[in-house]
Structures are given as C-alpha cells and as structure tokens.
Design a protein around this ligand. Structure first.
Ligand SMILES: Nc1ncnc2c1ncn2[C@@H]1O[C@H](COP(=O)(O)OP(=O)(O)O)[C@@H](O)[C@H]1O
Ligand SMILES: [Mg+2]
Length: 320
C-alpha cells in the first residue's frame, strides 16, 4: 500500500455498556475502499470516530497525519463526509445548499458559488439546481448530499450508505459517480454499505465488519484468488443425471437449477464434465470458469473462521 492516509489503532467505542467497535486496527491508502457489514456492525460509528464527531472510548489514530482525538475540526475541513441520514434544509435550493456547505468549510463566497454549480453538474443535478430540496426525490437528495461533501475538493471522501433508499437507476448513477470520483480524483473514497454488489462495483479493497470487529480485509481480487476455482456449466437436459455422474466420481458440485459449479482440479475436470455429459446425454450449453464474487469470498472466510454461514445475506443482511 502507498503511505496510509488513515491509520487507526486499537479503536474501541462504547455507547454506555454497549460495545459498538471492539479494537479496530486499520490502514487505508489511496483508492476506493468499501466498509461492508450488516446493520449494527459499527460502520457509521467507525466513520464518526475517524472524523472526530464522537468521543472515542479507547485507542486512536490519524487522518492525513492529524490526530482523530484532538484534531476533529481540522480533519473535517480537509475531508468530505456524506452522512447516513438526511441533513438537508428542505427550504433551500440545491445551489444555495451546496454553496452554504462550501462557506461553512471556509471557502470564499464567490469561490463556493462557482464550485456549487460545478459539483451539482458533476452529480447530475444541473437542471434541478434552482429547485428547493423539498421537491427532490431520494436520489436527488443523496446527490445533493454528495455535492455538499465534495464542494471543497477533499482529498478523502467518506460516504455512509450512499445508495440507501435509491431505486435502481439512481443507485447505478450514484455508484458510477463514486467510481468516477476515484478514477479521476486520485484521492480516497471510503464508502459503507450493507450490500455487497455496491462495494464490488466501486472499490478495489474491502473491510468487513461484524459485531464491531474487522473479520476480513484486503484487495477484492486477491481475496478472490484464494478461492478454489470452479467451472460453471449451464445444463438444459439431464442436469440431475450429470450431477449424480460427477458426484459418484468424487467431483464437488454446487447446483443451482440449470447452473452447476464443479470444483476445478486441473484440466481433467473439464474432460470429466464433457465425458459425463456425453454418457448421460446431458446438454451442456455453456462452460466457463466461474468468477467468484464478494459473497463467495465472504462465505469462504466465514467457513475458515468456523462460523456457520448459510448465506451471506444471513450475516450481511438484505437490502432495506
Ligand atoms: N448513539 C448511539 N447510542 C447507543 N447505541 C448506538 C448509538 N449509535 C449506534 N449505536 C449502536 O452501536 C452499534 C453500531 O451502530 P452503527 O455504527 O450505526 O452500525 P452500522 O452503521 O453498521 O449499521 C449498533 O448496535 C447500534 O445500535
Ligand atoms: Mg450505518
């Protein structure tokens, strides 16, 4: 990793008797990083601790070299924060809101005005910028929050559940915008989500939280390489016979209707599938190497940790 822009050591946060973060150590460099975890796992609390918005119980760290315990205000003026909940004033127009956010961050009024127009165009609100927030859809409000967070062109952008409540086109647009921010900006975007696909679509690294602890961390492609390779086939007739044929010969098969994934043991696996298909008259329509996704990685790691995981959704939780 390049020099970390964020370093966290032994971070612990209690709300009364309740432990929300339980000894978190984390180094974050430049690029896109996803903080993934079920509701209540501590994602928002982690952001608030890093930004100096709440009092830390134990441990500490730095953001861009500034101490998170004592330098909260200095940290907040050099980063962007898109909070989980709506903090917008319904009576203001989008452009006034973003300009105001810029002025609060110390920008000169003329500079803040110019940037407000630029960033509203960037988040897709060019045509709606003179409308008041109370006439906005959830997607437009989220986009306004993002515009407020990037008005001062921060080096690090924190987005807490940026896709929450969005329909699929607004969600796609938000994810595209975040992706663009990472590729164009050369800075760091840290986003939380309880939805794996959102993280996978934007970030190259992931940190998984569960019960206030980090259970998994790393580059998504490197984590994927640790997973056993599989051949995926799509079978139209005789899938059950082919499945039995493979199982009797000691192959490991995961079946999902017409789709089967067979654990890869070198090229023999492909020969075995083709032989099995011809002996059982099964019609194999598609045969390819399966690309594991974040959910597969998560299930594997949970198995290694010795936890029962029926499906990632049981732990990560579904869409709200
Ligand atoms: N202000 C608070 N007072 C008491 N408990 C809280 C407070 N904020 C969060 N918690 C608790 O801390 C845990 C972590 O919450 P949070 O950081 O919001 O998780 P996430 O963002 O992953 O959903 C949860 O059990 C939550 O109920
Ligand atoms: Mg949260």
């Amino acid at each position: 990793m390049s020099d970390p822009v964020i370093q966290i050591r032994g971070l612990r946060k209690m709300y009364g008797p309740h432990t929300a973060l339980d000894g978190v150590d984390l180094d974050i460099g430049t690029g896109g990083i996803g903080i993934l975890g079920p509701n209540g796992s501590g994602k928002s609390t982690l952001f608030k601790c890093i930004l100096g918005l709440i009092r830390i119980t134990e441990g500490g760290g730095t953001v861009l070299g500034k101490d998170i315990v004592t330098m909260g205000p200095q940290i907040r003026s050099s980063i962007g924060y898109m909070a989980e909940y709506d903090s917008l004033d319904p009576g203001l127009t989008a452009v006034d809101h973003v300009r105001y956010a810029g002025e609060l961050l110390g920008m000169r009024p003329d500079q803040a005005t110019q940037r407000a127009h630029e960033v509203l165009q960037y988040v897709g609100l060019e045509d709606q910028r003179y409308r008041t927030i109370d006439s906005f859809s959830t997607g437009m409000r989220q986009a306004t929050k993002l515009a407020c967070a990037i008005v001062h062109d921060p080096q690090i952008l924190f987005c807490d559940e940026p896709t929450n409540g969005l329909d699929s086109s607004a969600r796609q647009f938000m994810l595209d915008t975040l992706r663009r921010t990472i590729s164009d900006g050369g800075g760091t975007v840290i986003m939380t989500s309880h939805v794996m696909e959102d993280i996978q679509g934007v970030c190259e690294r992931v940190v998984m939280l569960s019960g206030g602890k980090i259970v998994l961390e790393g580059r998504i492609d490197e984590l994927a390489r640790q997973i056993t390779r599989e051949i995926e086939i799509s079978v139209w007739g005789g899938a059950t016979k082919l499945e039995e044929w493979l199982l009797t010969r000691g192959h490991r098969v995961r079946r999902m209707g017409r789709i089967m994934r067979v654990e890869m043991n070198g090229d023999e696996t492909i020969s075995a599938i083709l032989l099995g298909a011809s002996e059982t008259n099964a019609q194999v329509r598609v045969l390819k190497e399966y690309e594991p996704d974040l959910e597969d990685i998560f299930l594997l790691i949970m198995q290694r940790l010795g936890k029962e995981a029926k499906g990632a959704s049981a732990i990560i939780g579904g869409r709200e």
